[in-house]
Design a protein around this ligand. Sequence first.
Ligand code: KIV
Length: 292
Amino acid sequence: MNLQKVTVPEISRRKRDGKKISMLTAYDYPFARILDEAGIDVLLVGDTLGMVVQGLDTTLPVTVDEIVYHLKMVARARTRALVVGDLPFLSYQVSIEEALRNAGRMMKEGGAEAVKLEGGVNVAATIAALTAVDIPVMGHVGLTPQSVHRMGGHKVQGKKRGRAPGGRERLLEDAAAVEEAGAFAVVLEGIPLDLAAEITERLSIPTIGIGAGVRCDGQVLVLHDLLGLFDKFAPKFSKRYVNLKEIVGGAVRQYVSEVESGAFPTDAHSFHSPKVVEKPLALGGRPARSAG
Ligand code: KIV
């Protein structure tokens, strides 16, 4: 495994070298450590934490404070992976000043090496302002979960032609705008495979797909989907590599039954008081005590 630190320029180079980029979301120290040691290239502290960690129905309520809190844990575990912080809903749309301040917090307080934000033409000026002060930006176009209410749900985008938001031509323009504004990579979410392939061919920055087919320059999944820890719904594009919910549930059921039956803890899990050894009476004195 290549143990060299993954950097922003390295991610940009991957496209030229034809080496795919692997990215996963991470929200805490123990999992971030496992992912980093397993060789993942990019750890994204995504606003999906609202859904898979906090149990919300959308990502909209997630705050900058919450992302920073989770970033700190993930950044502490990082040795090799690039850590990216997701700018949550309304942390970058109100003004460029707020975008700069919030993205700055992700780096200064959270330890992120880059930030991600959703949108295309509509956020190009914001991306340009962030990159102008050396805050590397990853774009995100297509199915953008922060636009869930405009889209009428988490729906595949780019199936219809046209330049209205979510239309095929509009998504081509969005991806181009993100690149022109200075983003170093772009997530393509929930779009047809052929559209993702066309965007990937047109752009010189890497595309990282989720529900966008195999012809992207990299792939990203939500960790809890991959591990089988989130079962409210299973996105078609996701792949469950293991069913941790079942494994963890089995372990906990066994623990409950062993506590109830008294099979746990055994002697091996217990502490013992030091042995008290009575020594023979010293002449004229009290018995001496020693711990054995
Ligand atoms: O917030 C997130 O986890 C994301 C990924 C799904 C790309 O944006």
